[in-house]
Design a protein around this ligand. Structure first.
Ligand code: PEP
Length: 254
């Protein structure tokens, strides 16, 4: 089984502007050691992709989008297709983030169609899954995460997971300062891997599964040391270069 290279992805959400984005990536680039054995990716708001693609060209930092339209073209006002995102430099797309699921009513079927559209348009999906506090407290974590994952497996087939990443993000940990303990996160990561491995052992074993939810420099090392945690999807802490660089070092095991 090839080793799974750690990945740290920054979700900037609805933050930043031209100047602050430029400052942030410049600080990241000057702090990132090229020999670091970790992949790093930033996902700014759509409108900044193009200029950040130019700034990041030839560097180790990759570029992703925070969402994608499930359709390739047509009468879908306000939407942006995977091919358009790819054309302006994105190579990855976050899909099914809990904020999209909760605030924009994105259900499992739509997320699965977005996953397929992203791959068709040449983007690597980062599929977010995770339970609410109420679901965790009622013992339904694995059922909820399983349902979210199976929707994609059923729609796209297990082979689609060869070129994708899953991010386990407990909703109660996102932006709250509460983090799943390494053991809590590991339990869900291992379950996700088992679900995929049940359909294809090799793909399950090679799947990169990120943890997201109030990751900081101070807690990243203990989370990333767990056997099924292959890196992180980072929100708030990705807006501070020093903090994000600490997280990247932790993912690289340094
Ligand atoms: C996220 O938005 O995906 C996230 C994990 O946010 P935070 O790190 O701020 O909890």
């Amino acid at each position: 089984m090839p080793a799974r290279r750690p990945l740290v992805a920054a979700n900037w959400k609805l933050n930043g502007n031209r100047d602050s984005n430029a400052r942030l990536v410049d600080e990241l680039l000057s702090g990132l050691d090229n020999s670091l054995l970790v992949e790093v990716l930033v996902c700014p708001p759509f409108v900044y992709l193009s200029e950040l693609a130019a700034r990041l060209e030839g560097t180790v930092v990759m570029l992703g989008a925070q969402d994608v339209c499930a359709e390739a073209e047509g009468a879908f006002t306000g939407e942006i297709s995977a091919a358009m995102l790819r054309e302006v430099g994105a190579r990855w797309a976050i899909l099914g983030h809990s904020e999209r699921r909760a605030l924009y009513a994105e259900g499992d079927d739509l997320v699965a169609r977005k996953f397929a559209a992203a791959q068709l348009g040449g983007l690597t999906p980062i599929l977010c899954v995770g339970e609410t506090l109420q679901e965790r407290e009622s013992g339904r974590t694995l059922e909820v995460v399983g349902r979210q994952l199976e929707a994609v497996l059923d729609h796209c087939g297990v082979a689609a997971l060869q070129n994708a990443v899953v991010a386990y993000e407990p909703v109660w940990a996102i932006g709250t300062g509460k983090t799943a303990t390494p053991d809590e996160a590991q339990e869900v990561h291992a379950a996700i891997r088992r679900m995929v491995a049940a359909r294809d052992d090799r793909i399950g074993g090679g799947l990169r599964i990120l943890y997201g939810g109030s990751v900081k420099g101070a807690n990243a090392g203990s989370l990333f040391s767990m056997p099924d945690i292959d890196g992180g999807l980072i929100g708030g802490a990705s807006l501070k270069a020093a903090e994000f660089l600490d997280i990247c070092c932790a993912a690289a095991g340094q």
